[in-house]
Design a protein around this ligand. Structure first.
Ligand code: ADP
Ligand code: MG
Length: 393
């Protein structure tokens, strides 16, 4: 890792501004899922034990630079206190006199949560003045919010210009796990790509094509590849304007000796609805008016064989409309196959992670990325502003 990490800075007695991603789902003023809060606990607990003065900053929802009563962070502070088993202070602002005073009163080992940073218009604008004000609150900056690392905002990028800036433990784990797979993978290295659209994933495909031994394509985007090969996918989701791009990718794979696996059979339905009639057909037998909504059993077998041979696997994008039970079979089967692989297994992407967690095998995989959009951009090989802004070693 070429960026400074939390372990490498002396934090004792210092004011540490930690950007966390506590953008948690809420309902009726209560946190309904605290996964993201728990994901930041290693960093927060370490800082408490090292007797740092911990100042946490996060966004919640989309208040668009305005104060929004329902997006205040008091319930988040409460939940953090519950899982930390200690008191967590909370101020009603992000910068300004009241915040400075609260920070001044912090004792070593205490934790303070600032108000929703997106109440401030300077956050998304990455306003230089606002970033400088944030920096004044602390001696050292730590970024543990991988999920927002693809955004160049004041609390993720701007503030880091003014302070020593280190990666928190969660951030470090994300960069190490995915970075290792992309730069120095154990072979055979396979990527499984799915999800709705080719257009969302072209960047990921192109980056991974240069690195993998096998590319497995399923989900909605496989339809565009199959149609590009001359098959008739009937009413399936096909991106006509991406047929040429799909052809280019297939040629490129062949040229580079990358094994490209596409579905050989699919589950088709008359409607994308859980109670629709459905059946499994060969990819050249999709009936007029029907839609491919999952990969079929023969495809599961074909893909599973490739998965079993692999030592590194990166998965992004479900194999079908997994939100509906009848069309979740392919995604579930591949998740289970991946769980049995002894090498490195990584899942990134919002829906992919949700799918794997639903399958119940998440704990058997090497790394489940906490960032949806951020992990996609990482897999595209892009430099994420929140990582780029950290202090170089
Ligand atoms: P991720 O969030 O992991 O990056 P995507 O957002 O790209 O994944 O894709 C997930 C979506 O793709 C899901 O909502 C799923 O229903 C949809 N999807 C998968 N297969 C198909 C298909 N055959 N037809 C239509 N939609 C599909
Ligand atoms: Mg998604």
């Amino acid at each position: 890792m070429n960026k400074l990490t939390l372990q490498e800075v002396d934090v004792k007695g210092k004011r540490i501004l930690v950007r966390v991603d506590f953008n948690v789902p809420m309902q009726d003023g209560k946190v309904t899922d605290d996964t993201r809060i728990r994901a930041a606990l290693p960093t927060i607990k370490y800082l408490v034990e090292e007797e740092a003065k911990v100042i946490l900053i996060t966004h919640l929802g989309r208040p668009k630079g305005q104060y929004k009563e329902e997006l205040k962070l008091d319930p988040v502070a409460q939940r953090l206190a519950d899982v930390l088993h200690m008191q967590v202070g909370k101020v009603n602002g992000v910068v300004g006199e009241a915040v400075k005073q609260a920070v001044d009163q912090l004792k070593p080992g205490e934790v303070l949560l600032l108000e929703n940073v997106r109440f401030e218009p300077g956050e998304k604008a990455n306003d230089a003045e606002f970033a400088a004000q944030l920096a004044e609150l602390a001696d050292i900056y730590v970024n543990d919010a991988f999920g927002t690392a693809h955004r160049a905002h004041a609390s993720t990028a701007g503030v880091a210009k003014h302070l020593t800036a280190a990666a928190g433990f969660l951030m470090e784990k994300e960069i190490e796990a995915m970075g290792q797979a992309l730069t120095d993978p154990q072979h055979p290295f396979s990527a499984i790509l799915g999800g709705a659209k080719v257009s969302d994933k072209i960047g990921v495909i192109n980056n991974l094509l240069n690195k993998v031994d096998a590319l497995i394509i399923g989900g909605g985007m496989a339809n565009t590849f199959l149609q590009a090969q001359g098959l008739d996918m009937a009413d399936s989701l096909v991106e006509k304007e991406k047929l040429e791009a799909a052809r280019v990718i297939m040629q490129q794979a062949e040229k580079q000796g990358v094994k490209l696996l596409l579905p050989v059979d699919v589950v088709v339905a008359e409607e994308v609805s859980a109670d629709s009639s459905h059946k499994t057909v060969a990819v050249d037998q999709v009936p007029a008016g029907w839609k491919a909504v999952d990969i079929g059993d023969s495809t599961v077998q074909l893909f599973t064989e490739q998965i079993r041979q692999s030592r590194t696997i990166i998965w992004n994008g479900p194999m079908g409309v997994f939100e509906m039970e009848p069309f979740a079979g392919g995604t579930n089967a591949l998740a289970r196959a991946m769980a049995e692989v002894e090498g490195t297994t990584i899942v990134g992407g919002g829906d992919s992670v949700a799918a794997v967690e639903k399958t119940g095998v998440a704990s058997q995989l090497t790394h489940i990325s906490t960032g949806g959009g951020a992990s996609l951009e990482f897999l595209e090989g892009k430099e994420l502003p929140g990582i780029a802004a950290l202090t170089d070693k």
